[in-house]
Design a protein around this ligand. Structure first.
Ligand code: VG1
Ligand code: CO
Length: 582
């Protein structure tokens, strides 16, 4: 057993280590500065209670992006020096964000140990590579992202840090082979346990879904399937789950080899960046030849997001969570006892609200970011939740879960086709259109203005807040732009009081609410690494079943025009079009 001693290294604070919506995300060159990662890791250890560090078991892994391996070796050495007892690493450093959550909650080590936290190394849907992004976040004992009380403490610590601890004589551990390597330090033994990335997660999925019925669906000649991991960590699960367990063809997997630069792409599962899948599903101008598959899905770099597509058909994430909630009890064994409640983030459309109302379920509206769902789930108040940003999940873990969402949709399709002996499949589109007929449709779109000047973005937000002080003035402006848009009846900044711990989160997005249920929401992103990203969310409810079949951009055109003009988007940002439209 290699022995190690602990070195104290002097350092000075960096002033830019404030965690955002989901961890600290920066360009790789920022993370590579001497002491930069070390400071953040030490600041995190100092923010945790002693028993979550001394003698504890931590999971350290991520989406495999560039700089991950180096970061893992650094965190191993710092964990040893801080008195951590064991570090668990997914083989090759790979674990999807949902799998980390599952491992914290479900895995038991060879010696009976359980993990109490995790460093997840990912910048999620942001591109990777030497000139792109890296990221790190800490997850707690419940498997969910650290709450604001902890991330605030981490940030405070980064502003005053003077030194960190590291065990420099621990050699780099081989993380490509499943094995336990032990070291001996001043406080006793320290182990690095490299384990298979998929086993625990697969076991959990099998306990939730009826794999047999999904297998039958995949074998049904009327059905066809396609999954794109965008070269993210989802690829480490896709072959095991979809091919080996469920019998999908190898050829139904796209970009399922995880790459440290995601093949040069943007690992973001939306209609703009998941180009290959979108073409294969018959949804782009340059669609692939041949008949598209009946079902297509993609996940992001860390595989917590999902995009669900039918043949030539896009399912908005806001509809997706509503449809999953509406069908969960019948289609997914895990929910057969009923749903405890449902929740969505504020900018997500109200499609879920209508389902909750119909099923008489508890309902919660929380700020953007998965960390807000965790408290509700821990308190047994919520079973299914989602965000408009391609995030869907349930209380099986405390993160959103891309592959879970795919399995949920496959379960629903299997359920809808259970007694279908005809020659036509009940398709994704059929399921969505039926849902609209029953519950009405929430036309929805999101405009993202990426990497705009941070000062200009702030001014635009300030302008929108100032306007809110007079609804009469707002309505005058709105009427002047379009007379066919309904009246603004409420305008505010979203503020959330957590019903479980009473904590308050302010300034969570600027809302304009219209008399007919339409909404405009403006927010600044908290996940970018450069400049500012403005998000504009536009929604309109149509209850009349005969009017739910319109093109969403057409249906929303009047509201979009109002939003862009009264926010003075072009004046402030200099942009005449968004970077991404969803
Ligand atoms: C975005 C999304 C938000 C999501 C977050 C993390 O945040 O809007 O809904 O929870 O990303 O997702 P923001 O602050 O940029 O709007 V992930 O897959 O990047 O962990
Ligand atoms: Co992600």
């Amino acid at each position: 057993m290699v022995a190690f001693k602990v070195t104290t290294v002097k350092s000075t604070p960096f002033d830019d280590q404030k965690p955002g919506t989901s961890g600290l995300r920066k360009k790789v060159k920022v993370f590579k500065q001497p002491h930069y990662l070390h400071n953040f890791v030490q600041a995190t250890f100092s923010a945790l209670s002693a028993e979550k560090v001394k003698g504890a078991t931590l999971v350290v892994s991520g989406d495999g992006r560039y700089f991950s391996e180096e970061a893992i070796q650094i965190i191993i050495k710092m964990s040893a020096a801080n008195g951590v007892r064991r570090v668990w690493v997914g083989q090759n450093g790979l674990l999807s964000t949902p799998a980390v959550s599952a491992v914290i909650r479900e895995r038991t080590g060879h010696d009976g140990s359980k993990a109490t936290g995790s460093f997840i190394l990912t910048a999620s849907h942001n591109p990777g590579g030497p000139t792109e992004d890296f990221g790190i976040k800490y997850n707690m004992e419940n498997g969910g992202p650290a709450p604001e009380s902890v991330t605030d403490k981490i940030f405070e610590n980064t502003k005053t840090i003077q030194e960190y601890l590291i065990a420099e004589d621990i050699p780099d551990v081989d993380i490509s082979t499943v094995a336990v390597t032990s070291f001996s330090g001043p406080e006793g033994q320290f182990d690095v346990d490299v384990f298979d990335s998929a086993t625990d997660y697969l076991k959990l999925m099998k306990s939730i879904f009826d794999f047999q019925s999904i297998k039958q669906l995949l074998a049904n000649p009327k059905f066809s399937f396609c999954y794109d991991a965008l070269h993210g960590v989802g690829g480490a699960y896709a072959t095991r789950i979809f091919v080996e367990e469920l019998g999908a063809k190898e050829s139904s997997l796209l970009n399922c080899v995880p790459k440290e630069d995601f093949g040069g792409g943007h690992p973001d599962p939306n209609l703009t960046y998941a180009k290959e899948l979108v073409a294969r599903m018959g949804l782009s101008k340059t669609s692939s030849p041949g008949e598209p598959p009946e079902f297509g899905a993609a996940s992001d770099g860390d595989a917590d997001r999902n995009m669900i597509l039918g043949k030539r058909f896009f399912v908005t994430p806001s509809d997706s969570v509503a449809i999953i909630a509406a069908n969960a009890v019948q289609a997914i064994p895990y929910f057969s006892g009923g749903l405890k409640g449902v929740a969505r983030s504020m900018p997500t459309s109200a499609a879920l609200d209508v389902v909750a109302n119909h099923l008489n379920l508890k309902f919660f509206e929380v700020p953007t970011g998965w960390k807000f769902f965790g408290n509700l789930m821990d308190a047994g108040l919520c079973s299914v939740c989602g965000e408009e940003s391609f995030g869907t999940g349930s209380d099986h873990i405390r993160e959103k879960d891309g592959i879970w969402a795919v399995l949920a949709w496959l379960s629903i399709i299997a359920y809808k086709n259970k007694d279908n002996s005809g020659d036509k499949l009940v398709t994704v589109e059929d399921i969505v259109v039926d849902h609209w007929a029953k519950f009405g449709r929430h036309y929805y779109t999101r405009y993202d203005y990426e990497n705009v000047d941070a000062g200009a973005a702030k001014e635009l937000m300030a302008h929108l807040v100032k306007l809110q002080s007079s609804l009469d003035e707002v309505n005058n402006i709105v009427k002047g732009i379009r007379s066919d848009v309904s009246k603004v009846v409420n305008a505010d900044e979203f503020e959330y009081k957590d019903p479980v711990d009473g904590s308050i989160s302010k300034h969570q997005g600027i809302r304009y609410l219209f008399e007919d249920g339409s909404r405009l929401v403006f927010r600044l992103s908290g996940t970018g690494s450069e400049g500012a990203t403005i998000r504009l969310y536009i929604e309109q409810y149509e209850k009349d079943a005969s009017k739910t079949g319109r093109d969403s951009q057409d249906a929303l055109a009047p509201l979009v025009e109002v939003a862009l003009k009264f926010s003075k988007m072009q004046e402030f940002t200099g942009r005449n079009a968004p970077t991404v439209i969803t």
